[in-house]
Design a protein around this ligand. Structure first.
Ligand code: PLP
Length: 414
């Protein structure tokens, strides 16, 4: 980064510090991952200079032949990867993809019904502080108090009462596999569209590990930067008819010029995701989450829903007489980055919480396996037992740093 270093030492310094942080910490935020260097090269390319409002072959600017080429590649690869009829690769983010999908599938003022944020849903699924809760009349379903899983019979019953005009599935902090067949049946019975937001588990869907929403949903939105392991961005999949509305509501409906450099990077990601190495990594990600969860349970912690089918676990830290906020801070001090998270029926506020969410995608990308997950569970257990001023913390930090050093980030650069 010699040009950046020369022009702007301050920004260069921040980039270097961030690289050091990513290299030395154990990154266990469930929504994060490490893209390939090929993805980053595409993202840092001259396509950042290009305006390309419209779609391939139908642009509002000249000079778009190569922008057309990468967007067409991205669309075709996304369609192959997920078996969808149409793909819109322009949304700048997962939230932008959802804004577009909502406006394509229903009208402001309509009733929507999604999983409650405090039970694992996302802000864009109708939370009152979000556009989705202010533009639409939002209703929420929750997980079952006993099983901490979605009960699809109860969901159906609630949907029959609420009569939403759009049913929304998908989650950010729900460790279990979704039953999209059941959701599709409910939507069909109500004669309403089903929107599935697979932002968190899209990589697992691509690898055939998580149930596939595409055959059951009217539209499927996702981010491209979580388990999928591409650049930061969004994607919308649908059938041909819905695809027309999605395209219209993306541009000119809600966005201006697409980020062609990011679209180029999405194309690279969708190519990588078709390979065997990628599929193996996604399988390992889930195996790692299961191993980590089992090792934490052995050490006396409680997992919401008793386990996981995905890349993340939700740990109830109340058996340790602490809050999620305290646990997050203690783990950060020993070099493990996680986030506090509400657990279903949480007694604490969303800023304090009773849980932490831990994900394995990023460390799996670095090459870690079940053995390392058991080591990490041990560090987590001992750190939480030591408490904020525990004298064991420096030693535990050394153990996490040793792990990070043994699994280098971007070894190609070394
Ligand atoms: C992360 C996430 C989003 C939002 O993605 P951004 O790119 O951060 O806007 C939307 N829905 C779900 C379910 C998510 O997990």
């Amino acid at each position: 980064m010699s040009f950046l270093q020369k022009t702007d030492p301050d920004v260069y310094g921040a980039v270097q510090s961030e690289l050091g942080r990513q290299r030395d910490q154990l990154e266990m935020i469930a929504s994060e991952n490490f893209t390939s260097l090929a993805v980053m090269e595409a993202m840092g390319s001259v396509f950042t200079n290009k305006y390309a409002e419209g779609y391939p072959g139908r642009r509002y600017y000249g000079g778009c032949e190569f922008a057309d080429q990468v967007e067409q590649l991205a669309r075709d690869r996304a369609k192959i990867l997920f078996g969808a009829e149409r793909a819109n690769v322009q949304p700048h983010s997962g939230s932008s993809a959802n804004i577009t999908a909502y406006l394509a599938l229903c009208k402001p003022g309509d009733r929507i019904m999604g999983l409650s944020l405090s039970h694992g849903g996302h802000l864009t699924h109708g939370h009152k502080v979000n556009f989705s809760g202010s533009l639409f009349e939002a209703h929420h379903y929750e997980v079952d108090r006993e099983t901490e899983r979605i009960n699809y019979d109860a969901l159906r019953k609630q949907a029959m009462e609420v009569r939403p005009q759009l049913l929304v599935g998908g989650s950010s902090a729900y460790p279990r596999a979704w039953d999209f067949e059941a959701m599709g049946a409910i939507a069909r019975e109500l004669e309403i569209p089903l929107l599935v937001d697979m932002a968190h588990f899209a990589g697992l869907v691509a690898a055939g590990i998580h149930p596939d929403p595409v055959p059951h949903a009217t539209a499927v939105t996702t981010t491209t930067h979580k388990t999928l392991r591409g650049p930061r961005g969004g994607l919308i999949l649908s059938g041909a008819e819905t695809g027309k509305l999605i395209n219209k509501w993306n541009f000119p409906g809600t966005q201006g010029g697409p980020f062609v450099h990011v679209i180029a990077a999405k194309a690279v990601c969708f190519l990588e995701a078709q390979g065997d190495a990628y599929k193996k990594d996604q399988h390992q990600t889930v195996a790692n989450a299961k191993a980590l969860g089992a090792a934490l349970v052995e050490r006396g912690l409680r997992l919401v829903s008793g386990g996981t089918d995905t890349h993340l676990i939700l740990v109830d830290v109340t058996p340790r007489k602490m809050t999620g906020k305290e646990a997050e801070e203690i783990l950060e001090s020993v070099g493990i980055t996680v986030n506090k998270n509400t657990i279903p029926f949480d007694a604490e506020s969303p800023f304090v919480t009773s849980g932490i969410r831990i994900g394995t995608p990023a460390l799996t990308t670095r090459g870690m396996r079940e053995e390392q997950m058991v080591e990490i569970a041990d560090i987590i257990d001992r750190a939480l037992a030591a408490g904020a001023d525990g004298e064991d913390l420096p030693g535990l930090r050394k153990r996490s740093q040793a792990l990070a050093a043994n699994f280098p980030l971007y070894p190609e650069l070394a």
